[in-house]
Design a protein around this ligand. Structure first.
Ligand SMILES: Nc1ncnc2c1ncn2[C@@H]1O[C@H](COP(=O)(O)OP(=O)(O)O)[C@@H](O)[C@H]1O
Ligand SMILES: [Mg+2]
Length: 310
């Protein structure tokens, strides 16, 4: 659906996006995450055609901006990180105003406005002034506005920033709903945990570079965070510790009353060998489980080192 190919963006002599390439398949809910200043907004604005790239290109549904500028515009809906001020617009007027900009005729637009306001749960606010809405409602209105021309790709820049927890959940539900309707969605955030529950895959950006991309489990598994396994042992503790200490490639992290925490760098087969060794030496294992890779830890590892990233 969306291909970004060797994208670079310079602001004067500052490079905000560095050779960024990625592919987002149709129907994905893709999370674009990175600390402030990583280059997310710059990248999204280039995707939407609001900013010109220095080099590289964006291809959407086999259309490039150079060849099909109008068509490409039609297939993108953009929700910016900053919601403008619209004094004296009522909610329905706001929608119909944008509808007219897209060239939608008045009758269709009225119907569409009602449908979209229902979708974003704002039907009851249709006669209120936009400026009187809460931030969460304004964000949802902005999503409804971005859907007016029925774009295949929806791009949202930090739609949850500044929202209270309830409004965040409503936004998340709305996005998952839209994904269910077949939209391809890109959402950015500087908070990884906000995206991890809803996104099918994520890209982690730091200082203009894409430092990881894929499904969250795969990124975690790719070795960004070592595998930590907890062995539950009720008897034979000392013996187990001695055996583990003798194993190559296994680090003993901690020993508590009934559990041993170990770290091993290898494949799942490696874990099997550890377990077999223990059982062959008659250690009674009461259980074992893998410690879930810590998302925040991974994010810090990937975006932490300034030297590496520059
Ligand atoms: N219009 C601009 N002129 C100069 N530098 C800019 C401009 N917009 C953004 N930058 C710089 O580019 C980098 C990336 O910014 P941005 O894309 O806004 O990142 P993010 O959205 O991830 O916070 C930052 O260092 C920022 O200061
Ligand atoms: Mg930004």
């Amino acid at each position: 659906m969306l291909y970004i190919e060797h994208l670079n963006k310079w602001y004067g002599n500052h490079q905000a996006v560095k050779d960024l390439s990625l592919h987002i398949p149709k129907g994905d809910l893709f999370g674009f995450v990175g600390p402030n200043g990583a280059g997310k907004t710059t990248t999204l604005r280039i995707v939407c055609g609001l900013l010109k790239e220095s080099s590289g290109q964006v291809v959407i549904d086999q259309m490039s901006r150079k060849k099909d500028p109008e068509k490409i515009k039609r297939c993108i809906g953009y929700v910016p990180d900053f919601f403008g001020v619209y004094d004296n617009f009522k909610v329905w007027e706001y929608m119909e105003f944008y509808g007219s900009l897209y060239g939608i005729n008045a009758t269709d637009c009225r119907k569409l406005t009602e449908d979209l306001l229902a979708l974003v749960n704002l039907s009851e606010k249709r006669d209120e002034y936009v400026d009187s809405l809460s931030r969460g409602m304004k964000q949802r209105l902005c999503v409804a506005r971005a859907l007016l021309h029925d774009p295949a790709l929806l791009v949202l820049d930090e739609p949850s920033s500044g929202l209270d927890p309830r409004a965040r959940i409503e936004m998340k539900e709305l996005l998952m709903n839209l994904r269910g309707m077949g939209k391809t969605i890109i959402i950015s955030s500087h908070i990884l945990s906000e995206l991890s529950e809803m996104c099918t895959s994520i890209g982690i950006m730091n200082q203009g570079k894409l430092v990881a991309i894929g499904k969250i489990e795969d990124i975690l598994h790719a070795g960004a965070v070592d595998d930590v396994v907890i062995l539950e042992i009720r008897k034979d503790m000392e013996r187990a510790v001695t055996i583990i200490k003798q194993m190559a490639n296994v680090d003993l992290i901690s020993v508590m009353e009934n559990e041993i925490k170990i770290k091993y760098p290898g494949e799942d087969a490696e874990l099997n060998r550890i377990l077999i060794e223990l059982m062959q030496q008659d250690v009674m294992l009461h259980g074992f489980h893998r410690q879930e890779g810590n998302l925040e830890q991974m994010f810090m590892q990937l975006t932490g080192s300034e030297e590496e990233a520059s």
